[in-house]
Ligand binder design. Structure first.
Ligand SMILES: NC(=O)c1ccc[n+]([C@@H]2O[C@H](COP(=O)([O-])OP(=O)(O)OC[C@H]3O[C@@H](n4cnc5c(N)ncnc54)[C@H](O)[C@@H]3O)[C@@H](O)[C@H]2O)c1
Ligand SMILES: O=c1ccn([C@@H]2O[C@H](COP(=O)(O)OP(=O)(O)O[C@H]3O[C@H](CO)[C@H](O)[C@H](O)[C@H]3O)[C@@H](O)[C@H]2O)c(=O)[nH]1
Length: 330
C-alpha cells in the first residue's frame, strides 16, 4: 500500500512509519516539525509541511494515489488546552478539516484517526467500552470528539471512511532502541519517571496519593506504542476490505497505579527514584481502563507487549541515550 502518515515525525507517528516500512508499504510523511524530529523519520519520504497550508496538502495529496491516510498530527497537552483553547481548536479541528477536504477532493477514502480516552471524560463505569458516554472534560478531549463527529458526517456526505482509535496511555519505545518518546515539555508519567531514574530530573512528582484506589494513586491503562501501531495497520486493512467506519478503544485492559509504575521503573533501571508527593492534578480521573474486546474481535488485534515491565524496559533503553548512559543507535 501507499500510505500518508501525517505527524509521522512525532512519538507515535515515527513508530508507525517504521512499522509500515518494515511491512513493505510505501510511506510518505508530512510533518511541520513543531513537536516532531526530522531524525525520527527513519523510513519513507519526508515532506515538511503544515496542515494549515492547503496548497501544500494539494501538492502532496495530488501527487499520486494513496490507499490511506493516518493522522497523528495534533497538539496533545491537556493542561495547555485549558489555558490556550484557540490553539487546540485551530490545529486539532480546523487544520484536520483542511486534510479531510483535500482527501475528499483527491478521492482518498480511507482515514485512520488518533483519538483518545479523553473523549470519555470522568468514567461512569470501568472498563470503558466504545458505548460509554462521551463527555470530555477539557478542550483537548473536545477537539478529538469533534473530529470523530465530523468524520461521521463526512462518511454520510462524501463517503470518506474512517477508523477512530482511542488510545489510552501510549507508552514504551521501539524494541530495538531506534525510536522513543521525546516530547518537550514532557508531561507523561513513564518518561518523567525514567528521567528521574537517569538523573535528568531530580525527582518525580506524584499527583495525588488520596484517590480511592488500593495505594491512593491514579490507575491508568498503559499500552505499548508498537501495539498501537499494529492496530493502525489492521484498522486500515479492515477499512479497505470492509469499507465500514468504526471506533475502537485501545488499551491492555489492565490498570497500573502511579506507584506501581514507579516501583516497576526502579526494578527495571536498578536505580532509586526520588518521589515528591504533590497535589492532585485537575481533571485526572482516579481510574481509566480500556475494554478493547471490539478491537480484538473485529480487527484480530492482540497486544504483544502488554507486560508493564516490558513497556518500561523499552522506554528505559531509550531514556538511557539521553541520560548519557548509552550510545544512541540512530
Ligand atoms: N501520547 C499519548 O499518550 C496519546 C494518547 C491518546 C492520543 N494521542 C494522540 O496521538 C497522536 C500522536 O501523539 P504523539 O504523542 O505522537 O504526539 P507528538 O506531539 O509526538 O506528535 C505529533 C506530530 O504532529 C506534528 N504536527 C502537529 N501539528 C501539525 C500541523 N499542523 N501540521 C503538520 N504536522 C503537525 C508535530 O510536529 C509532531 O511531530 C496525537 O493526535 C495525540 O492526540 C496520544
Ligand atoms: O509528573 C507526573 C505526571 C503524571 N502523573 C500521573 O500519572 C498518571 C498518568 O498521567 P499522564 O500525564 O502520563 O497521562 P494521562 O492519563 O493524563 O493522559 C493520557 O490519557 C489522556 C486521556 O485520558 C490523553 O489522551 C493524554 O494525551 C494521554 O497522555 C496520571 O494519574 C497523572 O496524574 C504524576 O503523578 N506525575
Amino acid at each position: 500500500m501507499r500510505i500518508l502518515v501525517v505527524g509521522g515525525a512525532g512519538y507515535i507517528g515515527s513508530h508507525m512509519v517504521k512499522l509500515l516500512a518494515d511491512a513493505g508499504h510505501d510511506v510518505v510523511v508530512v510533518d511541520n516539525l513543531t513537536a516532531g524530529y526530522r531524525d525520527a523519520v527513519i523510513a519513507g519520504d519526508f515532506i515538511q509541511a503544515d496542515l494549515a497550508d492547503r496548497a501544500s496538502l494539494d501538492t502532496v495529496l495530488g501527487s499520486g494515489s494513496f490507499d490511506g491516510v493516518m493522522h497523528f498530527a495534533s497538539y496533545i497537552q491537556v493542561g495547555e488546552s485549558v489555558t490556550a483553547p484557540a490553539k487546540y481548536y485551530q490545529n486539532n479541528v480546523a487544520n484536520t478539516l483542511n486534510l479531510l477536504d483535500a482527501m475528499v477532493e483527491y478521492g482518498i477514502r480511507n482515514f485512520i484517526f488518533s483519538s483518545t480516552a479523553a473523549v470519555f471524560g470522568e468514567p461512569d463505569y470501568i472498563p470503558l467500552d466504545e458505548l460509554h458516554p462521551k463527555n470530555p472534560v477539557n478542550p483537548y478531549g473536545r477537539t478529538k470528539l469533534m473530529v470523530e463527529q465530523i468524520l461521521k458526517d463526512y462518511d454520510t456526505a462524501y463517503g470518506l471512511k474512517s477508523v477512530c482509535l482511542r488510545y489510552f496511555n501510549a507508552a514504551g519505545a521501539h524494541p530495538e532502541g531506534l525510536l522513543g518518546e521525546r516530547h518537550d515539555p514532557e508531561t507523561h508519567l513513564i518518561p518523567l519517571v525514567l528521567q528521574a531514574a537517569s538523573g535528568r530530573r531530580d525527582a518525580i512528582k506524584v499527583f495525588g496519593q488520596d484517590y480511592p484506589t488500593p495505594d491512593g494513586t491514579c490507575i491508568r491503562d498503559y499500552i505499548h506504542v508498537m501495539d498501537l501501531c499494529d492496530a493502525h495497520l489492521l484498522a486500515l486493512e479492515k477499512l479497505i476490505t470492509h469499507g465500514k467506519s468504526e471506533a475502537f478503544n485501545l488499551g491492555n485492559g489492565n490498570g497500573f497505579s502511579v506507584q506501581e509504575v514507579i516501583d516497576t521503573a526502579e526494578k527495571v533501571s536498578g536505580r532509586e527514584i526520588p518521589v515528591i508527593a504533590a497535589e492532585r492534578r485537575s481533571g485526572d480521573p482516579a481510574r481509566l481502563v480500556a475494554d478493547s474486546r471490539k478491537a480484538r474481535e473485529l480487527l484480530g488485534w492482540e497486544p504483544h507487549h502488554a507486560d508493564l515491565a516490558q513497556i518500561v524496559a523499552h522506554a528505559w533503553e531509550w531514556e538511557k541515550h539521553f541520560g548519557g548512559l548509552a550510545n544512541p543507535k540512530s
